[in-house]
Each structure stands twice: as C-alpha cells, then as structure tokens.
Design a binder for this molecule. Structure first.
Ligand code: F0G
Length: 373
C-alpha cells in the first residue's frame, strides 16, 4: 500500500519535521505517521509563581499526541523501520502506553501487533486502546520487567520475524529525542531544569540525546539539568537496587529494573541532574492540582514531574543538596514533561470523585443545587 502524494503533503509528523536529524530514516523508509509530535509547550503561571525567582515553568503536554502519550514520537520511527525491514509483526511489553502506541502504528502500517501486559496492572483507557487498534493482547502473570524479559527472548529468535518496539529498539529513542528539539525551538535555548517522570528510563535517555545534538549543532547555547522522578515504591535508580515487586498507583512507571538504567545514569551525571522520588499521595495531589489550577489533565505517572517540582520548592522541606533547582538563575526557564493524558486512567481520577446526586429537571432545583438561591 503506497501513500498518495496528497496525503504526504498534509503530514507534519516527527519524521517529516525532523528528518534531517534522523539519519536512520532514508528515502527507502516508508513513513508510517499519524502526525505525531509538535505538541504544545504551555506556560504555567501558577507553577511559575510556586517556583519563584521570576522563573517561567512550561509544561510539554505530550498527551496531545495521536494515542495521547509521548510514545508516538518513537513509534513512528520504530514502526517505519520495522516495515522497511519487512517484518510480519511488531511486539512489545508495556505498562500500557507503549502498547497503545504500537497497536495504533501497526494498524496504520497494516502489520500485526502483539502486546504483553502485566496482568491486572494496566490503566483501563490504555487497555481499551490496544483492543480498539486490533492488537493481540497477552496478559502475563508477572510485572512489566517479566513481560520485557519475555519480549527480549522472543526478539532474539530471528525466525519469529517480529520486531521488538520497546525503547530497547534504538529507533524509539531517535524519535523521542525530537521533544527536546521542539522545546529548544520554542524557548530559543534549552531550559535550565527539565523535570520528567522516569520508568524504564528511555525518555530521559532520549531527551538527553536531543538536547546534546542541538547543542552540538549550535541550535542551543546551554544544556539543561535533569530532575527525574520515580514513584517511591518503584524507584530502583534512586535506591540503586532492583525492585522485585514495584508498587505505585502510577502504573505507567511501575518498573523495578529499567532497561535504560545505564543511559539514565549518564544523562543525570552529564547534565549535573538528579533522580529523586515522590510518593503516590504526592503524585495524586499534583495530578489534581494541575487539573484544578491550570486546566491540564495528565495521567498519574506524568504528574510525577510536577509533584517533583512542588516537592523541590516546598518551603517546609529541608533543601536537598543535589536539587537542580538550587541556584537556578533568576528568570530561568523550567520545563516539566506531561507524558500521558489523564483520561487514560479513569480509575485513578475516579477515586477523587464525590457522590453525584441528580435533581428534578426544573430551574428551581438547578438554582438550589448551585447554591445561594
Ligand atoms: N510516563 C508515562 C505516561 C509512561 O507511560 C511512561 C512509560 C513513563 C512516563 C516513563 O517513561 O519508561 O521512558 O522512563 N511507559 C512505558 C510503557 C514503560 O510501557 O508504556 P520511560
């Protein structure tokens, strides 16, 4: 199936926009795109106020990608390359978002998709997406780390003819690095500090590559410091030890043995950044705060970046020696990545829902319900 030239004319996805920085994509590569990327960088007046010192906090709202998470940036490159190499099917392990994205791009490409998910730990919206896009869904009795091990084993056997599209696939990281390009284009330079949630650690790896490439190309004068946040019950990088049974309400980052651990360490050391933890209560508070104060609904894992920022600026806390926000210049730019949409995980949001009582369909009843006559 070949794309009509007219359909390409309307494509402004990651490959079309950033082709010059994606050397693996050649004229032989079929572009499988859903117009991902180019997501908004939203200024947050209230977070800027919280951070103080005239700083400006921006939210990179990756929820506005086609499958509502940042995964689409890497998936367009990984699936395009997989199709170029003639595979029959793509496969991934996932805490939910990778599987939703893989399923969508496989559908677009006309190849099969198999997803291995930790049983019972996937947010409902993501599961619905995988089925809607027609993936074969396999529920594994184990956690994400078990599912990834099985996918690696499957991928190692060339006779299966499948491509693994987890972030261990280098094309994924290549696509994901473009978020850093977009931030630099909009701000005119890298931010002073970049907050982001860390799970399997592919994203921090990709951002670091993107920032360094634009810096080397002279398109940014500076490099950011990373502030990566893991959920307290799933924080192997912070505690420097594998977590056998990771636990967190933020199921997207419920990972005990990150595949890109070593490159996350490099990103943190190279950027003079830090990895820290936030509790589930802080994550849920940040998610709700963001929705109520800025009108932006992000899933719990995404809110870990904002929870981290709020923790760093909390006057009641002892300032932490490694905090990248320390000594941030007056008026500096700060970015928090919001990796996925709040609607993906309705159960987490539902926990805060009050009882809703209905009223008769009469104006007086509406007035009474609003209160104050
Ligand atoms: N935020 C969300 C919403 C995610 O889905 C993930 C990872 C992360 C943050 C962490 O990014 O793994 O690159 O450090 N989700 C993967 C998945 C693991 O299977 O969807 P990371």
């Amino acid at each position: 199936m070949s794309a009509a030239p007219s359909s390409l004319a309307h494509d402004h996805g990651v490959i079309t926009r950033w082709r010059a920085f994606l050397p693996d994509v050649t004229t032989d590569t079929p572009v499988i795109s859903l117009n991902e990327g180019s997501t908004p960088l939203i200024h947050s007046p209230r977070l800027s106020e919280c951070a103080g010192r005239g700083t400006n906090v921006y939210l990179k709202y990756e929820a506005l990608n086609p499958t509502c998470s940042f995964k689409d940036r890497g998936m367009t490159v990984a699936v395009s390359k997989a199709v170029e190499s003639g595979v029959r099917a793509i496969v991934c392990a996932s805490t939910g978002n990778t599987s939703a994205s893989a399923a969508a791009y496989a559908a677009r490409a006309g190849v099969a998709c198999v997803v291995l998910l930790p049983s019972g730990k996937i947010a409902l919206g993501k599961l619905v997406q995988a089925f809607a896009y027609g993936a074969k869904v396999i529920s594994v009795e184990g956690n994400f780390d078990d599912a990834l091990r099985l996918v690696r084993e499957l991928g190692a056997d060339a006779s299966t003819g499948v491509a693994v599209v987890n972030s261990i696939n280098p094309h994924r990281i290549e696509g994901q690095k473009t978020a850093a390009f977009e931030i630099i284009e909009e701000l005119g330079d890298a931010p002073a500090v970049h907050f982001l949630p860390v799970g399997n650690a592919g994203n921090i790896t990709a951002y670091w590559r993107g920032y360094r490439e634009f810096h080397a190309a002279g398109r940014a004068k500076t490099l950011p410091r990373f502030a990566g946040f893991q959920a307290a019950g799933a924080a192997p990088i912070f505690f420097r030890t594998r977590v056998e049974d990771p636990k967190t309400i933020a199921t997207a980052i419920r990972i005990g043995n990150p595949a890109s651990w070593a490159s996350a360490d490099e990103a943190v050391a190279g950027s003079r950044g830090a990895i820290d933890i936030v509790t589930d209560a802080e994550i849920i508070d940040a998610q709700s705060w963001l929705a109520r104060h800025e009108g932006i609904f992000a899933e719990p894992a995404s809110a870990a970046s904002v929870a981290g920022l709020l923790r760093c600026v909390d006057a009641k806390r002892e300032p932490c020696a490694t905090c990248p926000l320390r000594n941030v210049p007056e008026g500096a730019n700060i970015v928090c990545t919001l990796t996925g949409h709040g609607l993906k995980d309705p159960d987490a949001a539902r926990a805060n829902l009050p009882a809703i009582s209905s009223i008769p369909a009469e104006l007086s009843a509406v007035r009474a319900a609003i209160g104050g006559g």
